[in-house]
Structure formats: structure tokens, C-alpha cells
Write a protein that binds this ligand. Structure first.
Ligand SMILES: Nc1ncnc2c1ncn2[C@@H]1O[C@H](COP(=O)(O)OP(=O)(O)OP(=O)(O)O)[C@@H](O)[C@H]1O
Ligand SMILES: [Mg+2]
Length: 177
């Protein structure tokens, strides 16, 4: 059987204090001992991984991302991206907020993956590694280099080809901010 190279995980975040205060109701539940969720009354969806509202950053990282980081060291390509409506928990999960100020257990995917990559590099002293990092935000039509805040937004462009395609990378990034 050929393995499908894309896996989809869903993570349900808990209600925020302000949502509880406004009496918002939970509308999505995990079916226990399954990789399925129910939204509303009876709509069932199946995923490769399901993380409920009490899931930890550690669980999400170890289950979904760590195996990819380890195969990266062996030369495979890997991509992880977070997709979801505003406020659903993408930034929290990838750990892309004010990383340095976050307590250890709450760190998201990015700091954990970086730690693992450099750990593996130090365990393979005979191999030459080349690590490049970029950190870009797409907000509406503007691109911002988050590692080079001095660069004016005008200097960065989403490129289009003659057919008006923006290319996979730009489209992918636009899902991530
Ligand atoms: N698993 C979680 N546990 C506790 N709080 C969470 C969790 N996921 C998200 N939150 C909180 O929910 C709020 C919204 O999350 P977040 O900012 O990550 O959403 P987002 O998907 O990045 O939204 P946007 O698209 O607007 O950037 C934040 O206050 C965040 O701290
Ligand atoms: Mg966000």
C-alpha cells in the first residue's frame, strides 16, 4: 500500500475566558478513542490525528512534527503548516508569538523543532549541515520580513508569472500568518 505523503491533524482549542464569560457554547467534540470529531449535532469528520481541548504542545509536537524533523536529518523534505480561521490557535500552536517569553511547556512547534534540529546537528559532528531560516508574514497584500524589520515592506514583493500565478510558496505562506 502506498503511503499518502500528506497528513492532517485537527486541534480543538479550549474556550477562552472571554468566550466563557459571554456564554459561548462548545460546538465541536472529540469522539473518544478515535481520530474523529463531531461538529454541531451529528457531523462527523475523520483526520490522521485529533487533539482535544486539553491537548498539550508537547503531544502535538511529538506526534505530528518530531518524526518529520528526524527524517529531515536523514535528508527528506518536510513541510508543516497551520491552517484555520482567525483566532483558532495557529500562532499558539506553531509558537510563533513572543517565543522568548513563553514558559517551557507552552512552547510551540517552531522553538521545539529548532531545538531538535540543532541537537541532532551536534550529535552528527562528521556531517556538514547548512541551516537557513526565513520568517515572513503575509498580511493582506503586504509581505514583511520578520527577521529584518528595518526592511521596508515596499522592498518585498509577491511575484506573479505572466498568467498571474503567485506560486506555491507565496500561496502557502499566505495561509500561515
Ligand atoms: N490550545 C490552546 N490552549 C489555550 N489557549 C489557546 C490555545 N490555542 C489558542 N489559544 C488562545 O486563543 C487565542 C487565539 O489563538 P491564536 O492567536 O493562536 O489564533 P490564530 O489562529 O493565530 O489567529 P489569527 O489568524 O488571527 O492570527 C489566543 O489568545 C491564544 O493564546
Ligand atoms: Mg496568528
Amino acid at each position: 500500500v502506498e503511503e499518502i505523503p500528506v497528513k492532517v491533524a485537527v486541534r480543538i482549542r479550549p474556550l477562552l475566558c472571554k468566550e466563557v464569560l459571554h456564554n459561548h457554547q462548545v460546538c465541536v467534540r472529540v469522539i473518544s478513542n478515535s481520530q474523529q470529531i463531531i461538529t454541531g449535532r451529528d457531523r462527523v469528520f475523520t483526520f490522521d490525528f485529533v487533539f482535544g481541548k486539553n491537548s498539550t504542545q508537547d503531544e502535538v509536537y511529538n506526534t505530528c512534527v518530531k518524526p518529520l524533523v528526524l527524517s529531515l536529518i536523514e535528508g527528506y523534505n518536510a513541510t508543516v503548516f497551520a491552517y484555520g480561521q482567525t483566532g483558532s490557535g495557529k500562532t499558539y500552536t506553531i509558537g510563533g508569538g513572543y517565543i522568548a517569553s513563553v514558559v517551557e511547556g507552552q512552547k510551540g512547534i517552531i522553538p521545539r523543532a529548532i531545538q531538535e534540529i540543532f541537537q541532532s546537528i551536534s550529535e552528527h559532528p562528521s556531517i556538514d549541515f547548512n541551516v537557513k531560516v526565513s520568517y515572513i508574514e503575509v498580511y493582506k497584500e503586504d509581505l514583511r520580513d520578520l527577521l529584518e524589520l528595518e526592511t521596508s515592506m515596499k522592498d518585498l514583493h509577491i511575484r506573479e508569472d505572466e498568467k498571474g500565478n503567485t506560486g506555491k510558496v507565496a500561496r502557502l505562506i499566505s495561509c500561515l500568518h
